[in-house]
Design a protein around this ligand. Sequence first.
Ligand code: ADP
Ligand code: MG
Length: 694
Amino acid sequence: MNLPQMFGENVFNDQVQKETLPNEVYKALRATIESGKRLDVSIAGTVASAMKKWAVSKGATHYTHWFQPLTGLTAEKHDSFIEPEGDKVIMRLTGKSLTVGEADASSFPSGGSRVTYMARGYTAWDPTSPAFVKEGTLYIPTVFVSYTGETLDKKSPLLRSMNAIDKHAKRILALFGRQCKKVSTTVGPEQEYFLVDEEEFMRRKDLRLCGRTLFGAHVSRGQELEDHYFGMLKPRIVDFMHDLDEELWSYGILSKTKHNEVAPAQHEMAPVFCTANVAVDTNMLTMEIMKKVAQKHHLACLLHEKPFEGINGSGKHNNWSMSTDDGFNLLNPGDRPEENTLFQLVLAAVIKAVDDYQGILRASVASAGNDHRLGANEAPPAIISVYLGDQLGALVDSIVKGVDYVPVKVEKGSIGVPESPIFPKDATDRNRTSPFAFTGNKFEFRMVGSQANVSDANIVLNTIVADAFACFADELEEAKDKEKAARKIIARELKAHYRIIFNEDGYGPDWEHEAARRGLLNAKTTADAVPVCFEEKNIEVFVRQGVYTRAEAIARADIQLENYCKIINIEALTMLEMVKRDIIPAVSDFVANLCTNVAAKQSVCEELPCSGEKEIITTLAGLNDKACSLTGKLEGELKNINLANVGVASQAMAHSVIPLMDQIRECVDKMETLTSSEYWPYPTYFDLLYSVNN
Ligand code: ADP
Ligand code: MG
């Protein structure tokens, strides 16, 4: 394999554009991509025909507008290139077909922003993310909007939020005498996942329908030996990762790092970062490709946040920063951060934004799946806080306290990385518990769920930081002595938002008490986290930055709650089906079998000991009865829920349905440990987690 040659071979990237487009068209297209200049529609026809010719040479017969509706997944509708000409057909892609498409908006969630006359939705080409050929189809990344212009997807608000950063970051840079064409947000999402044997997976209804196990007694060997993290890869996993890398590379995805994660059967892939919207597209594609490549290896790739209870779940560390078109990273502290006013101002803006809007930042990562991680004795907690590390923490402390900054000594030969000797990356575990950590020249937002579309988190991050920039720029543009005014703002804002900084261990109840004392939010469930999105202040920031209209902001929060209710509903129904049809009958059969054995023993000789069997019979019969009555209760609870009212329904899901499901699970897991494996209807945690043995 010639890696440099095959890298990006399925992508209509810069190089291909240069080779296939007339020079002036190429330049116009690059101007749109690189500096955000509005696309000149007159070039669309030429781009379309070059794109088609290239795609056909790669074996494509169809094209699709590829978009990201609010379902959280991607959507595509394939059209062939053919057009009749006499008795024959020709292959054609017109400028219009490239730039606009129609999709029935009424079949996608719109949270009420749609009324019937808006049922028509449009997809519009996003030239800033490259098109690619996959399985005989040309994929054209697009945004999805309604007839009246409401956004119906996750991509268009992301692009709008990136524009907001661009606009206000440039104002800040200009104040410091730095000119540039464009400021982009950069994102590198580290993707965690589990791999289990496909055969075992297929035998678990819960994994197939819900993506996670609803039952499963803990296995005797979990992650306590801490031997899986960075451990040696099994040959079958090596083969999978090898194929995955090749696939990803062919789509121009910069898959860089791969390793085993903390839990058994858990792994991670980290790409090299890129512009936020491209990172979102490629992450969606990565998740799809992971599943597909897994199938090829007779594995199932689990992207759920918590496939197994009792061991770590999966997240997606969202590494985030901002950088100019000439490569200047706004979060680079440089050699002397104590003298770097621009860096301090940017840092103060991020800290202010995260504190002021911790509610919507928390809500941006809330989902039924992620509720099992956040706030459930697993890092990171549900409380938003900012970790700065020792060095930067000391600098901020000195500014807040108005004392001289004494740099924290970095010992020679320590873990310092060459490019940032002052801020060695903190590789300690304590750092890993922080939900929002400064890591050298970027922030790492660790609350994002493993199956989430990373747009959600980045839309909020971009919007709130842009808003803080705007606020600082308004003030500084009026000031005579910019440097002095900037230092004043930095000290004032760091003081005002000092409570959000937390450099200690984020595990455990101590931090919960301390966070409550500081007045930080701690919403443990989606039902409790999302309602802040309806608060005036939180709607206004989106409106002010041109990211959502009021109606869009409300519709999105509604959809999020609706989605949450639907998922819990499916999980509850799956649970009922499994318990009633498989587990209760299996336990009953096993108990009957034990009874027969006891009767047989006693018919031979009444003195034969059988108190062990009798004890198991009594316990299991009792638990099976309990399972029966609990399922009845759960059914009753579900019947009472009106899914049309998502506010009330989500509360019932979080605080009545889930606790009942927990009780059922507890009961079933106990039965599992007492029931003969011959009778147990499903693969156990042992079967699943240790299914890949070589
Ligand atoms: P780790 O978190 O395991 O220490 P790194 O810090 O090297 O690993 O990188 C983690 C991720 O952060 C990678 O995906 C990397 O590309 C990304 N990253 C690095 N710099 C930036 C940046 N300026 N903006 C966004 N993401 C970045
Ligand atoms: Mg990381």
